[in-house]
Design a protein around this ligand. Structure first.
Ligand code: HEC
Length: 494
């Protein structure tokens, strides 16, 4: 509550991060982490399969170069921008959690930036020296070694970030040890890294397969060989990815597994969960069948097959990331901070004093009949707005109407009875942190929303109002008063 609340009232704040992050993961896994080793492997194959008087098979090498060209353009533009974009959007929507994460992972993030910048420089070098390396075998072999080196760097950038993602799901021993190392080696870290590594290879191979179909001529020798190679690459990495996926599912705490049905399908489609959850194995099957076809029916392989594998694997990644983000709820940092950005350990204080008293930014700090709705708005912003909007995606009036009957006027008493227990039935929601008066203000505001259809503007458009209780002058006055008190005591003692 120490930061102004950015809010997108139609799109939903979670959506903003999700769109940027999912695009980034697709590019990162598909065109960097899994793709660079794939391209380097192809480059190496070109040298191996060429006759002894050549440096490399020039047709084959041209194809590998075109693949790298595509990855180079996309990773250094959209890839890099969305990577930084995740942290910008997450810091806007969820500043307190990013604040906490930076305190724990300061050196990890510092290393990440260094490794990331190095990776970009290495990609530049690898791509720009490709053609000139073809003049001698020595230079070519060096270039290939460089490719493997770059592949390792791409992997390290992912390996660092995965530690933070795992930490957010389950901080493990960090809760008691509070050290960087205990944060990094949280219970989810290695299983998730073990899962993402082969999965990225599968995604990279799938993207590669699609590009091979784009950049080679129908029926050509190069196409046939490359399609078969890509198919093999996918098939080799798939079993590892599968084993790692099962292992990863088993290390997720059972509370998270209970969130799965809403995570995959939202509540609307919860009843279809049994069907929806088969979409994941279905996507994997599509990729496997396409890869198998590429290997055994190479000459009859078609571009649309590669395209379906690409679509299936992108859908798989998108669902995977959504589920990973969702199952963690009600926490943004497991057992430490709720998704409404309030720390668990501060809850007793909020329950006692109310949250408005401790909010730095609120336009109301004392609830009266006149300020009730305005107070409710601030309370909504502080406790519900990270996941709900007023009228947009996951709208608060809509979820209440769904419970009590669409179109019917909402009943304040019903809502007042429901909210203090909402975390019991819907485990993905944090408990309501405020006091009784604040609860009544919140339901008055929700009712007002239903009646007026009013939209809620975030701090980015409405500006901020500082809580007079928490302004610098009032805090300074408070300190001054405390000082005077102790001074008086000392004087009296004398
Ligand atoms: C951590 C995110 C999060 C927070 C914070 C949150 N909710 Fe929710 N809420 C959800 C999700 C997700 C759903 C389910 C939406 C769906 O899938 O349809 C939901 C559903 C609901 C429902 C419908 C439940 C049902 O059984 O149909 C109500 C009512 C609700 N929220 C009220 C609130 C109120 C009031 C607040 C603030 C005090 C709040 N929520 C805070 C995420 C959140």
């Amino acid at each position: 509550m120490d930061f102004p609340m950015f809010h997108l009232d139609w799109l939903n704040d979670r959506f903003l991060i999700a769109m940027i992050a999912i695009l980034h993961v697709i590019i990162n896994h598909g065109l960097a982490v899994g793709f660079i080793p794939f391209v380097t492997w192809l480059e190496q194959k070109g040298v191996k399969n060429s006759s002894s008087d050549q440096v490399t098979d020039s047709e084959w090498d041209k194809m590998a170069y075109k693949l790298m060209w595509t990855a180079f353009i996309i990773t250094t533009t959209i890839g890099a921008m969305t990577g930084v974009g995740i942290w910008f959007s997450a810091a806007l929507v969820s500043p307190s959690s990013i604040g906490s994460l930076i305190r724990v992972f300061y050196w990890a993030w510092f290393t990440e930036w260094v490794v990331f910048v190095t990776e970009v420089v290495l990609i530049l070098i690898y791509f720009l020296t490709w053609k000139s390396s073809n003049r001698s075998l020595n230079a070519k072999l060096k270039h290939i070694r460089f490719g493997w080196f770059l592949a390792i760097f791409s992997w390290i950038t992912m390996a660092i970030i995965v530690a933070i993602l795992g930490f957010m799901m389950d901080p493990g021993n960090w809760q008691t040890e509070r050290s960087l190392l205990s944060g990094i080696f949280n219970p989810i870290y290695l299983p998730q890294l073990f899962f993402r590594t082969p999965t990225a290879m599968v995604v990279g191979g799938t993207f590669g397969l699609m590009m091979i179909m784009l950049f080679t001529k129908k029926g050509s020798d190069v196409r046939n060989k490359a399609v078969r190679a890509a198919g093999k690459w996918i098939l080799i990495w798939s079993p590892l990815a599968l084993v790692a996926a099962i292992n990863y599912y088993h290390v997720m705490p059972s509370a998270m597994q209970a969130n799965m049905s809403t995570a995959i399908g939202t509540m609307e489609f919860e009843q279809y969960y049994t069907v929806l959850k088969y979409l994941i194995p279905l996507a994997i099957c599509v990729v496997l069948i396409v890869a198998l076809w590429a290997v055994i029916k190479t000459t009859r392989f078609k571009a649309y097959m590669a395209l379906s594998a690409v679509i299936a694997i992108m859908a798989f990644l998108a669902i995977f990331e959504r589920v990973r983000e969702f199952v963690r709820k009600p926490y943004v940092i497991g057992n430490y901070m709720y998704s409404n950005l309030l720390r668990i350990e501060d809850y007793p204080l909020y329950k006692k004093d109310g949250i408005l008293k401790h909010a730095t930014y609120t336009s109301v700090h004392e609830i009266t009949d006149n300020t009730k709705v305005e107070a409710g708005k601030n309370i909504f912003m502080l406790t519900c707005s990270r996941c709900h909007t007023t009228n947009g995606v996951n709208s608060i009036t809509y979820v209440f109407e769904r419970m009590y009957g669409a179109g019917k006027p909402l009943n304040e008493d019903d809502m007042e009875a429901y909210i203090p227990n909402m975390h019991e039935g819907r485990k993905y929601m944090p408990p309501f942190p405020g006091n009784k008066k604040e609860l009544r203000a919140l339901v008055a505001y929700i009712k007002h929303l239903q009646q007026t259809g009013e939209v809620l503007e975030g701090a980015q458009s409405s500006g901020v109002v500082i809580n007079p209780d928490n302004s610098t002058t009032s805090v300074a006055n408070h300190i001054e008063a405390e000082k005077r008190k102790t001074e008086n005591k000392l004087v009296q003692k004398k």
